[in-house]
Design a binder for this molecule. Structure first.
Ligand code: ADP
Length: 367
C-alpha cells in the first residue's frame, strides 16, 4: 500500500475544526512539519502556550482522523507554541511542583541527564539500561533526547515501531531492553525544531502511547542541558531519580551543577553523579593518564551531598561499541569497561530497591 501523501493528510485535517471559531486547523495555519515515514505520520499543531491544555481534545481529534486514514498505522501530533513554556515554571519553589501521574505498568522511571551535550549521556544511558537488564530487571529505555536522538544508532536499531491495535506503538528491542526513540519516527536528517509544550507533548506520548508492558525500570535519556524543555520534562515525568553524567572538566561540572539544581527544584531525587571520560587507560601498556583534572565530579558530588556513582574511562572500545550500535555491556561483557557499567547498574538497582532513592538533600529556596 502506498504511503499517505502530505496533501491527503492536509485534506483530512481540513475537516477538523477549532472549537473557538469553527475554522479548520488547516485554514487557521496551525499544522506544520508533516512527516510521513512509511505508515507513521507525525506533525505539529501550533497553539498559544496558554491554550495547550484546553486544546488537548483538538490534538487527539487530529491524531484520530489521520490514524483512521488508509495506509496509516500510527500518528503522533504534538502541540507547539510560539512562545516558550508555561510561564510560571521558572519561579515555582520545589514544594509546589505538580503531582506527576504514574505510568501504569512501569515501576520506576529514572532520568539520565547532563548539563550539556557530548559528555557521554546517551552512552551511559544505554549501557546502564543493558546492565540493569543483565541483572534481571525488566528494562526499557526512552530516548527523550529529541534534538539529536542517538539511541537508534547506539542500540543498532533502524526499524520502525509497529502497532498491533492502531493505538499503542510497539517498542523495538536490543538485548532484551525495550527501546523507543523519536529517531524511529523521523528521518535522521530531518531538522527538528522543538518548542517547550511540543517537547512535553512528544514525551508524554512516548511514555503513554508505547506498549512498554510491565517494566521494573524505564531509563529516560534526557535532552542535554537545563533549559525550559528539560525543566518541563523533569517536572512532568514521574521520576524516581536522576543520574547526572559529567566529564571532569570544570566547565562541564559547572553545567552538571545546574542540572542538579534543576532536578532539585522539581523535587526529583538525585541518585548521583557519573564521571565519564574520567581518565585514559592506555590499551597497550595499561598506564592510566588523567587527561582532564580527574576527581572534579567526586568533589562536586561531595559539595552537593549526592553520591558519586562511577568513573568511566575515556576508552576507544567504549566509543567504538557505542557508535557501532553494540553497547559494550552486551558486546564485550568480560571487559573492565563493561564491569564499570555493571557496577553502576548494581548501584542503581540497589537504590531503587532501597527505602529512599537517594540521600536526603536540603531544600533550595529561590527568591
Ligand atoms: P551525549 O549523549 O552526552 O551527547 P554521547 O553518549 O552521544 O554523548 O557521546 C558522545 C561521543 O563520545 C560519542 O561518539 C560516544 O561514542 C563517545 N563516548 C561517550 N563516552 C565515552 C567514553 N567513556 N570513552 C570514549 N568515548 C566515549
Amino acid at each position: 500500500m502506498n504511503e499517505p501523501t502530505v496533501e491527503a493528510i492536509r485534506r483530512v485535517l481540513n475537516e477538523i475544526r477549532h472549537p473557538d471559531d469553527g475554522k479548520s486547523v488547516i485554514e487557521r495555519g496551525m499544522v506544520s512539519g508533516i512527516v510521513v515515514k512509511g505508515k507513521n505520520v507525525g506533525f505539529a499543531l501550533e497553539v498559544p502556550a496558554a491554550d495547550a491544555q484546553r486544546l488537548e481534545k483538538l490534538r487527539r481529534a487530529c491524531e484520530d482522523a489521520v490514524r483512521a486514514m488508509e495506509g496509516v498505522s500510527s500518528c503522533t501530533v504534538v502541540l507547539t507554541a510560539e512562545r516558550g513554556p508555561p510561564p510560571d515554571l521558572q519561579s515555582k519553589p520545589a514544594a509546589q511542583a505538580p503531582a506527576r501521574p504514574e505510568v501504569p505498568g512501569i515501576k520506576a522511571i529514572i532520568a539520565v541527564a547532563s548539563g550539556k551535550g557530548g559528555v557521554g549521556k546517551s552512552t551511559t544511558a544505554i549501557n546502564l539500561a543493558c546492565g540493569l537488564r543483565a541483572l534481571g530487571l525488566k528494562t526499557g529505555i526512552l530516548d527523550a533526547d529529541i534534538y539529536g536522538p542517538s539511541l537508534p544508532r547506539m542500540a543498532g536499531l533502524s526499524g520502525r515501531p509497529t502497532t498491533a491495535d492502531g493505538k499503542k506503538m510497539q517498542p523495538l528491542e536490543v538485548a532484551g531492553v525495550k527501546v523507543m526513540s523519536m529517531g524511529f519516527l523521523v528521518e535522521e536528517e530531518t531538522p527538528m525544531i522543538w518548542r517547550g509544550p511540543m517537547v512535553q507533548s512528544a514525551l508524554t506520548q512516548m511514555l503513554n502511547d508505547v506498549a512498554w508492558g510491565e517494566l521494573d525500570v524505564l531509563v529516560v535519556d534526557m535532552p542535554p542541558g537545563t533549559g525550559d524543555a528539560q525543566l518541563t520534562m523533569a517536572q512532568k515525568v514521574p521520576l524516581a531519580g536522576a543520574v547526572i553524567v559529567s566529564t571532569p572538566q570544570d566547565i562541564a561540572l559547572l553545567d552538571a551543577r545546574k542540572a542538579i539544581n534543576m532536578f532539585r527544584r522539581v523535587d526529583v531525587p538525585i541518585m548521583g553523579i557519573v564521571e565519564n571520560m574520567s581518565y585514559f587507560a592506555c590499551p597497550n601498556c595499561g598506564h592510566r593518564t588523567e587527561i582532564f583534572a580527574h576527581g572534579g565530579a567526586k568533589a562536586c558530588a561531595d559539595t552537593y551531598n549526592v553520591d558519586f556513582l562511577a568513573e568511566i574511562p575515556l576508552d576507544i572500545a567504549i566509543r567504538e561499541t557505542s557508535d557501532g550500535g553494540q553497547p559494550i555491556v552486551v558486546s564485550r561483557p568480560d571487559t573492565t569497561q563493561a564491569a564499570a557499567y555493571m557496577d553502576l547498574a548494581r548501584t542503581i538497582r540497589d537504590k531503587l530497591r532501597g527505602p529512599s532513592a537517594a540521600k536526603p538533600f536540603p531544600k533550595i529556596v529561590y527568591a
